[in-house]
Design a protein. Structure first.
Length: 83
């Protein structure tokens, strides 16, 4: 089933809006309260607490590394199958 351009745009905007809401929640509530989270964000908050490295730098580094690993494992064709 092929998606037309408007469906792709709505999908993209939904993902961006969801990520923006999550980022706002982390910055405004989760990190200042010291609430533990899982994944890259949780490791970023822990790294900030223990070593003083900015959470955003740790999260960006971890996600970039995981993206590159996934690219090699899944291959370029996997992304094309999504669209």
């Amino acid at each position: 089933m092929k998606k037309n351009t408007s469906e792709k745009l709505i999908n993209l905007l939904s993902v961006v809006a969801g990520n923006a809401i999550l980022a706002l929640a982390v910055v405004a509530f989760i990190a200042p309260a010291g609430i533990p989270m899982g994944g890259a964000t949780g490791l970023g908050i822990a790294g900030n607490h223990f070593w003083g490295i900015r959470t955003s730098i740790i999260v960006f580094s971890l996600n970039s590394t995981l993206l590159i690993i996934a690219w090699f494992i899944l291959g370029k064709g996997f992304v094309k199958k999504l669209y």
